[in-house]
Design a protein around this ligand. Structure first.
Ligand code: OAD
Length: 266
């Protein structure tokens, strides 16, 4: 049984602005692997330096593209779970100006659950672009966005398509190690974190910079910081409330306790 203390509920009821900060753990119960969980995390099984850097892509584009095709396929066959759905319902109730979702995830499960406004700090698996001229990749029938091949394993080699404008290779629309985050999205994330009353980190290990500074910015600006994660993380240091449960268990209960009051959100 998940017990949420009265003072946390009071903070949430009184909050004019709430920021959710999600990581791979929110999609874990949809069957999308996290990065750093000991046995199942992607980085426990694959070397990020061989798959998630521009140098790796330049060296072996077919290996990198094949791996991202496999990840896209896993996300496409996954469904939003109860945590994504509760968050989307919460945003619908309060409106995106009062509840913002900032995510490190490159999947589209927040959007498919109905979330209307999501800041993707680390890009989007489905927004490929040209590695040479940076033109967004516009898929059409003759150039499908994604391979139609079924990818049974992660190691399959698939050459990326070519840009229709400059013939450069198309790369995944995610931020790789060594690359900068989109400065506007990062700036907006800083501003929203500094200007919220409650900040809720959910399913993130809180170790990848600069995203990992957001809970600290929120805490320093006076927000009530909460965390939903079965494991301890560095965010424990600033969180005033730690809910040690899975995202899909905890978030619907939290939302139900608030939305059960007909006056909530008015
Ligand atoms: P991590 O894999 O580092 O951390 C996942 C967190 O989710 C861990 O703290 C788990 O304890 C927690 N977790 C696992 N299952 C959960 C569940 N069912 N409910 C709630 N929490 C759960 O993932 P991120 O913090 O998102 O970057 O990783 C940050 C970035 O590192 C990613 O965006 C990615 C990666 O390298 C890029 O791709 C640029």
């Amino acid at each position: 049984m998940i017990d949420i203390d009265a003072s946390t509920l009071e903070q949430l009821r009184a909050a004019k602005r709430i920021v959710f900060f999600s990581g791979a753990g929110i999609s874990a119960e949809s069957g999308v692997p996290t990065f750093r969980d000991d046995l199942t995390g992607l980085w426990a099984q694959y070397d990020p330096m061989e798959l998630a850097t521009l140098e790796a892509f330049n060296r072996q584009p077919d290996l990198v593209w094949g791996w991202y095709e496999w990840r896209r396929q896993r996300v496409r066959s996954a469904q939003p779970n109860d945590a994504h759905i509760a968050l989307a319902q919460w945003q619908e109730l309060l409106g995106p100006e009062r509840l913002l979702c900032i995510t490190q995830n490159v999947d589209d499960l927040h959007e498919r659950a109905g979330c209307q406004q999501v800041l993707h700090l680390h890009g989007n698996l489905f927004a490929s672009f040209c590695a040479q001229c940076h033109l967004p990749y516009a898929a059409d029938d003759s150039h499908p966005d994604h391979s139609i091949e079924q990818i049974a394993e992660a190691g399959q080699l698939i050459m990326p398509p070519q840009c229709s404008s400059c013939q450069g290779l198309i790369r995944p629309g995610v931020v790789w190690f060594g690359e900068s985050l989109d400065s506007q999205i990062l700036q907006e994330s800083f501003e929203h974190s500094a200007d919220c009353d409650v900040f809720i980190a959910i399913g993130t290990s809180g170790v990848v910079q600069p995203a990992a500074t957001l809970p600290n910015i929120a805490a320093e600006s006076g927000a009530y910081v909460m965390q939903i994660n079965p494991q301890e993380t560095p965010i424990d240091m600033v969180a005033q409330c730690n809910i040690r449960a899975s995202a899909a268990q905890a978030l619907p209960i939290l939302f139900e306790q608030l939305s059960g009051d007909a006056a909530y959100g008015l």
